[in-house]
Design a protein around this ligand. Sequence first.
Ligand code: ADP
Ligand code: TRP
Length: 330
Amino acid sequence: MSEKVVLTGIKPTGMPHLGNYIGALKPLIEQSHTQKTFMFIADLHALNTIHDAKQIKQHTYEIAGMLVALGLNLDNAVLFRQSDIDEIYKLNTFLMNVTPKGLMNRAHSYKASVDRNVANGLDVDAGVNMGLFTYPILMSADILLYNADIVPVGADQKQHVEFARDIAGYFNNIYGDTFKMPEPVIGEETGLIPGLDGRKMSKSYDNTIALFAPEKELKKKIMRIITDSKTPEEAKNPDESTIFQLYKHFATDAEIAEFAQMFRAGGMGYGTAKTILFDKVNSVLAGPRAEYERLMANTDEIEKILADGACKARVVAQETLGRVKRAMLG
Ligand code: ADP
Ligand code: TRP
């Protein structure tokens, strides 16, 4: 097992889709079998957009329940809720004082809001709260509080990890060597999962299949995947088919080879191909889905797992915060 500290946060904003699962969650869960990882539900980061406590709590259970149901190794992964660790609010306050405002002005997500406002003839900061503006400072606090070496994130979060490095650098320059330098690790873009319409599966395109969609809905969605108009008899290129692209991530090598052959040979209609895809995805996800549903009906169990994780995370957080406080305040 590597000595490096891996850390990642997941924002509780709703049920992930198959693209999130294959691109982000499955690799993290696999990694938890060989690698110590801090993994937290970033509920404080959801606050700048969700102003409803019930919703945030429910989404927190969904993400935690989902990770556990999918087999996250809780011996290696410290799974906790961001807001349960008091040291995060404190480190956030400390880091505010070494972070130049100009750095925040350059953040992609803030700039995107400003651009949208300008395009709509509104005040530049219309609808921007300080939670959004200072989002990268809180995220830096997450990363630095747990001494993370490696931060696996989607490409959209890379800048935030770079900001964490910048902020750690400013701090270390002023107060001496206090923080480690984290490295972002970006998932392979080549693994992009197509959605129902063939474009990248994404919430923004409304073309997703929810990871734990009930069986009936899963079937309905898979049957709605858009295909070309080839007849059943015609030979088909599996690499151009959304059906095959999804199948690949759920089947064994032998099954993948056999399904590809069925595409190339001709004689298989898209309806049949979709039924094969549904049976495969459903057989892989049925067990975890049942466990997820059980956990969601017993949220005390999820709370207990998060409380155990918080106990472990707190030990590291307190040690780091002590160091920071001594450096800044004596
Ligand atoms: P969305 O596009 O639905 O808003 P996010 O941007 O929230 O998804 O993505 C969260 C994580 O899931 C990121 O790490 C990203 O790399 C991964 N991801 C999202 N969509 C896909 C996809 N279609 N294929 C592979 N990975 C994806
Ligand atoms: N900002 C990340 C997102 O929107 C979630 C997140 C919060 C995170 N804190 C983090 C990711 C620390 C990695 C490390 O997806």
